[in-house]
Design a protein around this ligand. Structure first.
Ligand code: ACO
Length: 445
């Protein structure tokens, strides 16, 4: 019997064997069955597509209670962080485990500020992309290519190199993202400026041009900073799990973050904020809302209400509440009165939150529902929305990667499977094979 106080017994009806499965306690949240030795002891695997019931690691970084709508980083509530903190401080918190002292904050800010430029040689890589390439395609390529430039921070076993790589990634992401945008519209790149804050610097690199002075609007920079905070980490989501899995083979951090960016690009994950704006534009007017709500409930129609529902939150996404308030602040600052998209969004939210189907399935607005409205009002092009998500999430990716590398029980990630293919069979000579081409059957149904 295991030493743990609590365990579950798995009973095999067929042969009468039983196996003790220890239970692990977290600080908060559900208990976890420790099946590490299950295969060795019983010859059994577990089956959990989409990891809906599987904890892939132990982590001290982020806690989510989806039923209650709680999100905390290192114990601090997301609402409190968004209202009182700034993105640099949150990056420090995620990476190091606590809020920085004034001295540490200054040192960290300096470290990030002094890594914002990218190697000039990388400009040639940008030139290789077709104009109009999706900026996320450029991000995957350029971030992956960083490992070809920063050899002095790819030794994952050296804590100092791990730290420098983390700083470089957080610092260079806004530069790489803004350059992808400038390249796509054929404008000259704008170099980073050290006197600006992280978020001001990003807006400057996005919107300044050499021909005239550009003054960053403080309210908009604050809104972008909040956006980065709200997207900074979200425990073991698809892109973070991708970063951890890639890193588990000891791959270098730049390659791992490029893998995370590729995963984030999908519309079911980071691409949803783009999809929300397209959907609100398609709805077009308030009187069409009911039609779209009905469409989203129709089992025979693949349409879903974008910005609604979440794998983990079965309550109002706490990030959506902050985004909603920020959306109003941004529209007021820009003097956008009666924004039709916001009006449709507010009405849609009201109707959906009172609809039986959405109540029963616990479908609430997620963070993407309001973030697109803010970004669009600020003049950020729709295909850059996911790039902004990637910039914010880099803080979480590098923190989770660092935690994994420093975990004494780190193992290469290697899931198993339930094999359902052919059992063993003998090689069939060509003349005895089926007449209908397998290729045709598979591809031209
Ligand atoms: N509109 C209408 N019905 C929905 C929606 C929606 N947005 N989301 C879920 N449902 C329904 C499903 O059809 C399903 O119905 P059923 O039980 O009758 O089969 C039920 O609610 C449960 O949904 P699942 O798809 O099983 O939930 P899952 O956890 O797999 O999906 C997801 C979560 C992918 C986020 C889903 O809610 C969705 O597609 N939402 C729209 C896209 C979106 O906003 N994504 C952003 C996620 S947040 C982020 O990445 C930052």
């Amino acid at each position: 019997m295991p030493d743990n106080k609590k365990f579950y017994t798995l009973f095999d009806n067929e042969n009468g064997n039983s196996y003790e499965i220890p239970v692990l306690d977290g600080t908060v949240g559900p208990d976890v069955l420790d099946i590490t030795n299950l295969y060795k002891e019983s010859g059994l695997f577990t089956y959990d597509p989409g990891f809906t019931s599987t904890a892939s690691c132990k982590s001290k970084i982020t806690y989510i209670d989806g039923e209650q709508g709680i999100l905390r980083h290192r114990g601090y509530d997301i609402k409190e962080l968004a209202e009182n903190s700034n993105f640099m401080e949150v990056c420090y918190l995620l990476l190091h485990g606590d809020l920085p002292s004034t001295e540490d904050q200054n040192k960290f800010r300096d470290a990030i500020t002094n890594h914002t430029m990218i190697n000039e040689q990388l400009m040639f890589l940008y030139r290789g992309f077709k104009r109009g390439a999706h900026p996320m395609a450029i991000m995957v390529g350029v971030v992956g290519a960083l490992s070809a430039f920063y050899h002095d921070s790819t030794d994952i076993n050296d804590p100092n190199q791990r730290m420098i790589a983390s700083h470089r990634l957080i610092a260079k992401m806004p530069t790489i993202g803004a350059m992808a945008y400038k390249y796509s519209i054929g404008q000259p790149y704008v170099y980073p400026k050290n006197e600006l804050t992280y978020s001001e610097n990003f807006l400057n690199m996005m919107f300044a041009v050499p021909t005239q002075k550009y003054k960053v609007n403080k309210v908009l920079a604050k809104a972008i900073d909040k956006f980065f905070i709200l997207h900074s980490d979200h425990e073991q989501n698809a892109s973070t799990s991708t970063v951890r899995l890639a890193g588990s083979s000891n791959a270098n951090p730049f390659a791992c973050i490029a893998a995370g960016i590729a995963s984030l690009w999908g519309p079911a994950h980071g691409g949803a904020n783009e999809a929300v704006i397209k959907m609100l534009s398609k709805i077009g007017s308030k009187d069409k809302i009911n039609e779209f709500i009905e469409k989203s409930k129709d089992k025979n129609d693949p349409f879903r209400l974008m910005g609604f529902g979440h794998r983990v939150y079965k309550n109002y996404d706490p990030r959506a509440a902050v985004m909603k308030k920020t959306a109003h602040e941004v529209l007021e600052e820009l003097n956008i009165k009666n924004d039709p998209l916001l009006e449709i969004a507010l009405e849609l939210e009201k109707i959906a939150l009172n609809d039986e189907y959405f109540i029963e399935k616990k479908l609430y607005p997620n963070v993407d529902f309001y973030s697109g409205i803010i970004l669009k009002a600020m003049g950020i092009p729709i295909n850059m929305f996911t790039v902004l998500f990637a910039i914010g999430r880099t803080a979480g990716w590098v923190s989770q990667w660092k935690e994994m590398i420093e975990d004494p029980i780190k193992k290469i990630g290697r899931p198993r499977q339930l094999y359902i293919g052919e059992n063993t069979r003998s090689y069939k000579p060509e003349e005895k094979r089926e007449k209908i081409s397998l290729f045709k059957r598979l591809w031209f149904k």
